[in-house]
Design a protein around this ligand. Structure first.
Ligand code: ATP
Ligand code: LTN
Length: 333
């Protein structure tokens, strides 16, 4: 609890261009939750280097991501928006938690399996212990809730297991976090292959709508979206492409899946795809305009970065000192 409010933590990697999946599955929910909780939203740049990055590019993307957090509607005076690498407590707690996490647990992580298959030439230890750093992010702020997409559930379960293990040995040190999965948009699939999630690291740019795509591009990608030969707009798993478009449409318009099915009853895929494209463009346009405005206001964004790193460090070091004492590190003199 901070000032009588429950704590929320979440983060996003500054790798690749953010997709509509990131927005509908994460950012959009973050904004909704920001009134109710004391929120920490991190740009997890330390996680990003588990995959080789170009330094200048990473710096640029990290800044753009933090700016996007603000542009999406997160008030930086109320929400702590900061770079993970600016708060050394993440690395320090991560080391300690490494010593409370089993190899067997990490071996089961599907993200590790996927990423090591994809980056066979660089299966580094950071990629393996990635979930431990994520646990440190969350536990450092004693977070009660963690909004994530379903793809991150396994990491959150691991975080809870490690926290419980630690608490069983040392007493009540960590708050055990709960996942928060948004109702709509929890898993947006690729427009080109609806069995795969829409991902910013997808090689096929037509599979993803990027948050900075202009209206023409959005319309083109929606028109090209893979559907099926059924010819009916129904919300069911036998029609994964159509189901995904319904999910996107409902998340963008706030209409339920049932209402969407009713709205497009008897209509063709072409018309439906156009409507999806328009709904997407309508929510992305204001976001893009605000982003462009903020990008020009360098001094303002700089001041947010500095203030919020200090705020995050304050809370992080409170937990870290407690943990260090529990495990038996000598007191500072
Ligand atoms: P990468 O392709 O590099 O693995 P990503 O697109 O999966 O990246 P992350 O940085 O791993 O993005 O995720 C940021 C947030 O967005 C997480 O909370 C994640 O659950 C959510 N998210 C990512 N992709 C989707 C998606 N397709 N649908 C819903 N939520 C998503
Ligand atoms: N692993 C997450 C990003 C992430 C995160 C976190 C999410 C890093 N630390 C802590 C929630 C809480 C991802 O790839 N989406």
């Amino acid at each position: 609890m901070i000032d009588g409010k429950k704590v929320l933590f979440s983060g996003m990697q500054a790798t690749g261009n953010l997709t509509l999946g990131n927005y509908l599955g994460a950012l959009k929910n973050w904004v909704t939750l920001s009134d109710e909780y004391e929120c920490f939203y991190s740009v997890v740049d330390m996680h990003s280097i588990t995959i080789r990055q170009d330094p200048a590019e990473l710096r640029k993307r990290a800044r753009a991501l933090l700016t996007l957090y603000i542009a999406a509607g997160l008030d930086p005076k109320k929400n702590c928006l900061y770079y993970q690498s600016h708060v050394s407590g993440h690395a320090e707690l991560s080391w300690i938690l490494n010593c409370f996490t089993y190899m067997g647990e990490l071996n089961r992580m599907t993200q590790f399996k996927d990423k090591s298959a994809k980056h066979g030439d660089n299966i580094n230890a950071g990629l393996f212990t990635y979930p431990v750093l994520m646990a440190a992010d969350i536990l450092l702020y004693q977070a009660d809730v963690v909004p994530v997409g379903v793809d991150q559930m396994q990491h959150l379960e691991l975080t809870r297991d490690v926290a419980e293990r630690f608490n069983n040995i040392y007493g009540d040190v960590f708050t055990i976090p709960e996942a928060y999965i948004g109702k709509v948009g929890a898993k947006i699939m690729s427009l080109q292959d609806p069995s795969k999630k829409m991902s910013k690291s997808d090689e096929n740019p037509n599979g993803s709508i990027y948050l900075m795509d202009d209206t023409d591009t959005i319309m083109r990608k929606c028109k090209k979206a893979v559907t099926d030969s059924e010819g009916v707009i129904l919300y069911r798993s036998e029609q994964p492409g159509v189901k995904n478009l319904i999910d996107i449409y409902s998340a963008c318009t706030g209409k339920s899946a049932e209402d969407t099915v009713r709205e497009f009853d008897g209509k063709g895929y072409g018309e439906f795809k156009m409507a999806v494209g328009e709904a997407v463009a309508a929510i992305l346009k204001p976001l893009q305009e605000e982003f462009a405005r903020l990008e020009k206001d360098k001094a303002y964004v700089d001041s947010i970065i500095k203030e919020n790193a200090e705020k995050a460090s304050y809370y992080a070091s409170k937990t870290l000192r407690k943990v260090q004492k529990k495990v038996g590190f000598p007191a500072r003199i």
